[in-house]
Design a protein around this ligand. Structure first.
Ligand code: SD4
Length: 342
C-alpha cells in the first residue's frame, strides 16, 4: 500500500522528471534540426541519399511512410556496387550472400526475414510477412519458400566483384569486423582485398514520417561480410536494428550488430526519446550504453544510430568518426556527418 510519503516522493520526482523533460525539449528544439509538419526521411550512410530520393517520390506526394521506406531501401538492395546490402553484398565465409531485413509501420505491425538467400528484395518479403502471415519473422529456407510462393524470382546475388573480394579474403580467412574509417567508406565494387579499413558493414536503415504524421521504418543488409553461416545481426531484429512507435518516433542502427542486439539499441533510442531526450541525445545515450557494457570492445567497433521524433526533429550519433546519414524533406536534402564519441 502506498504511503503519503511515498506519494509525495513520487509526485515530486514525477514533476522533476516533467520539468527536466520539458527543459530538454526546449533546449533540443533550439539546438537540433527540426522539420515540422512536413514529411521527412532519414537514412544511414551517404548512399542513403539515393534511397531517400526514391522514398521522396512517395512522401512528397502525400504517400504513406511505409510505402516510402520500402521503395527507398530497394534502391541499395538492387545496387550491385553496394557491397553491404542486397545484390552484390559480400557473402558469408562459405561464399553465400545471406540477407537480413525488416520493416515496421505506424501501428506496431512489423515483418522480418533473416538469412534469406537468392532474393533481390528482402524488404518486400519482410513486408509480406507482416501483411500476409500471422508471424513476424521468417528465416532461411522458410523465408525463401515464402518468397517464391509470393512471386519473387530466385536470383544469384553474388556478383563477380564480391566473389573476388571473398576469394581474396579466403587467403587469410580472418573474421575481423573493422570499424568504418573516414575516407575509406564505400569502396567501389571490385576493390580487391579488404584494405586496412575495410567497410565491411554498411546497412541501410531508413526512417520516415509522412504528411499525415505517421512514422515507419525499414532496415536491410547483407550483414557482416564473411560472417559464420547462419549468423544474423541486429538489422532484421525488431527493437535492435529498427523500432517505430508512432507516439514517439523511430530509430534505426548500423554497425556491428552484436553490439546493438545486446542493448536492444533502436528500442532504447525510442524509449529515451519518450523520456524527453531529443533524437541526437537519445542516440548518444544508446552509444554510451555500448561503451558502458564493454569499454575496451567499444573502442574497436563501429555502431551508429539515427532517430526521428514526431516533431520532425532528427539526429544521430556513432561510436567512431566516419558515420554519415542522409536527410531529405521539402526543405533540405543533405548528407550529415554524425557526431561520435571517439
Ligand atoms: C549487421 N548491423 O549485420 C549489420 C551490419 C551493418 O553497417 O549495419 N553494417 O550486424
Amino acid at each position: 500500500m502506498s504511503t503519503r510519503r511515498n506519494f509525495l516522493q513520487t509526485s515530486f520526482l514525477g514533476s522533476l522528471g516533467l520539468f527536466t523533460g520539458k527543459k530538454m525539449m526546449a533546449q533540443s528544439e533550439e539546438v537540433y534540426p527540426t522539420v515540422k509538419n512536413e514529411p521527412i526521411v532519414l537514412s544511414t550512410w551517404d548512399f542513403g541519399k539515393a534511397a531517400n530520393a526514391e522514398a521522396w517520390t512517395i512522401l512528397g506526394k502525400g504517400g504513406r511512410a511505409l510505402d516510402a521506406v520500402e521503395a527507398g531501401v530497394k534502391i541499395p538492395e538492387a545496387d550491385a556496387s553496394n557491397q553491404s546490402v542486397g545484390y552484390g553484398g559480400l557473402p558469408d565465409r562459405d561464399g553465400r550472400v545471406t540477407l537480413d531485413s525488416c520493416i515496421m509501420d505506424e501501428n506496431y505491425n512489423c515483418g522480418s526475414v533473416m538469412c534469406l538467400e537468392n532474393i533481390m528484395h528482402p524488404v518486400s518479403v519482410a513486408r509480406l510477412v507482416m501483411e500476409k502471415t500471422p508471424h513476424v519473422v521468417l528465416v532461411g529456407e522458410g523465408a525463401f519458400q515464402f518468397a517464391l510462393d509470393n512471386g519473387f524470382k530466385k536470383e544469384n546475388l553474388l556478383t563477380p566483384e564480391s566473389e573476388k573480394v571473398w576469394k581474396e579474403w579466403l587467403k587469410t580467412s580472418k573474421y575481423e569486423p573493422v570499424m568504418n574509417i573516414e575516407n575509406k567508406l564505400h569502396k567501389p565494387a571490385g576493390g580487391g582485398v579488404m584494405p586496412g579499413g575495410p567497410d565491411n558493414h554498411d546497412t541501410i536503415g531508413m526512417i520516415a514520417m509522412d504528411a499525415s504524421g505517421n512514422c515507419s521504418g525499414a532496415c536491410t543488409t547483407s550483414g557482416m561480410a564473411f560472417k559464420m553461416r547462419g549468423r544474423v545481426g541486429d538489422s532484421p531484429i525488431i527493437g535492435a536494428g529498427l523500432y517505430v512507435d508512432n507516439e514517439i518516433g523511430a530509430a534505426t542502427s548500423t554497425g556491428v550488430g552484436e553490439e546493438v542486439i545486446k542493448i536492444v539499441g533502436s528500442h532504447l533510442v525510442v524509449e529515451l526519446m519518450r523520456q524527453g531526450l531529443a533524437p541526437e541525445a537519445a542516440c548518444k545515450k544508446a552509444v554510451e550504453r555500448i561503451i558502458k557494457r564493454n569499454p575496451a570492445k567499444a573502442k574497436t567497433v563501429q555502431v551508429g544510430f539515427i532517430a526521428l521524433n514526431k516533431k520532425g526533429q532528427y539526429g544521430a550519433y556513432a561510436l567512431q568518426k566516419g558515420f554519415t546519414y542522409a536527410v531529405k524533406s521539402g526543405k533540405e536534402e543533405k548528407i550529415i556527418p554524425a557526431k561520435s564519441i571517439y
